[in-house]
Design a protein around this ligand. Structure first.
Ligand SMILES: [Fe+2]
Length: 243
C-alpha cells in the first residue's frame, strides 16, 4: 500500500513529536504492508502551522528518509503537504512554497471544517484552472458535505478527487463522519483511503484494517484501487482510475 496522507514529519505540526515517534510510525506502517508514505505536514493554516516548503523542510525530509533506511525499515518517503486553502494559496503554489505530492500534478488540500460549499468549489476550480488536480482530504469531516447531499458529486464534477480517512471508516471521528465516509465509499465515489496518521498510538498509519474492511464489505479489487493502485498512480503522475 501507499499512504498519501500522513503526519510523520517530526515536530512541525500536531503529528509526530520527534524522530523516534516518526520511526515507530514507519515501523507500524511497514507491519501493515505499506511500502510508501507521502509526508504531508499541515501547511498554510492561518494563525497556525505554516510549513511552507523551504530548504530546512527539504533537509528534514531527507534526514527522516535516511534514518528509516539506516534502520532497514522498508518504507520509502515521498514529499508532500496537506495544503490549507486560505487566501493567497495560488501565489504560494506558483512560488514553490506549496508543493504537489511527489512533484506531480496532484495537491492534497484541506478546508476549514465550516467552509461554505460555494467557496470550496471556487477554490477547487481555481486549482484545476492552473493545471493541478486537487485531492480533497477527508471530505467526510466537512460541514458542507454533511449538509449538501450532492457535494461529493459536485467536487468530482469540477475535477477534484476524494480521499477518505482510515479513522473515519472505523468511527474514530464519530458517527456522522463514519456514515458519510461509508456512503462515499459505498457509492464508489472514493478515489483514495489514507491514514491521516498523527502518531503511533492513536490515529496511526496502520492501513491494513481499512484495506480489510473494504475487502470484506465490497471487494479486494476496490480496496486495492483505493489503497494501492490510485496512490501509486499519483506518485507516477498518472491519471487515477474510477472503479
Ligand atoms: Fe491531515
Amino acid at each position: 500500500m501507499i499512504d498519501i496522507h500522513c503526519h510523520i514529519f517530526p515536530n512541525v505540526d500536531d503529528g509526530s513529536g520527534n524522530t523516534n515517534d516518526s520511526i515507530e510510525m514507519a515501523v507500524l506502517a511497514a507491519q501493515a504492508g505499506t511500502k510508501g508514505i507521502v509526508v504531508t505536514p499541515h501547511c498554510n493554516i492561518p494563525e497556525s502551522y505554516k510549513n511552507h516548503w523551504t530548504a530546512d523542510l527539504k533537509s528534514g525530509f531527507e534526514a527522516l528518509q535516511a534514518e528509516i533506511a539506516r534502520r532497514n525499515i522498508p518504507i520509502t518517503l515521498y514529499p508532500g503537504q496537506e495544503i490549507f486553502l486560505s487566501a493567497g494559496f495560488m501565489e504560494l503554489l506558483n512560488e514553490g512554497r506549496l508543493i504537489p505530492i511527489n512533484w506531480s500534478k496532484y495537491l492534497l488540500v484541506e478546508f476549514d471544517a465550516h467552509e461554505s460549499a460555494p467557496v470550496a468549489y471556487r477554490k477547487l476550480q481555481q486549482i484545476i484552472t492552473e493545471g493541478y488536480i486537487p485531492i480533497v482530504a477527508h471530505p467526510e469531516r466537512y460541514e458542507f458535505v454533511h449538509e449538501q447531499s450532492d457535494s461529493i458529486y459536485r467536487i468530482k464534477d469540477i475535477g477534484g478527487l476524494i480521499q477518505i480517512n482510515r479513522g473515519s471508516l472505523n468511527g474514530s471521528f464519530g458517527y456522522r463522519a463514519m456514515n458519510t465516509a461509508m456512503e462515499i465509499v459505498g457509492t464508489y465515489q472514493a478515489d483514495f483511503v489514507a491514514s491521516d496518521a498523527h502518531s503511533q498510538y492513536s490515529r496511526t498509519p496502520y492501513l491494513a484494517d481499512a484495506h480489510e474492511l473494504i475487502c470484506e464489505k465490497y471487494s479486494a479489487d476496490y480496496a486495492d484501487l483505493l489503497l494501492k493502485i490510485n496512490p501509486q498512480r499519483v506518485l507516477e503522475n498518472k491519471n487515477v482510475y474510477n472503479f
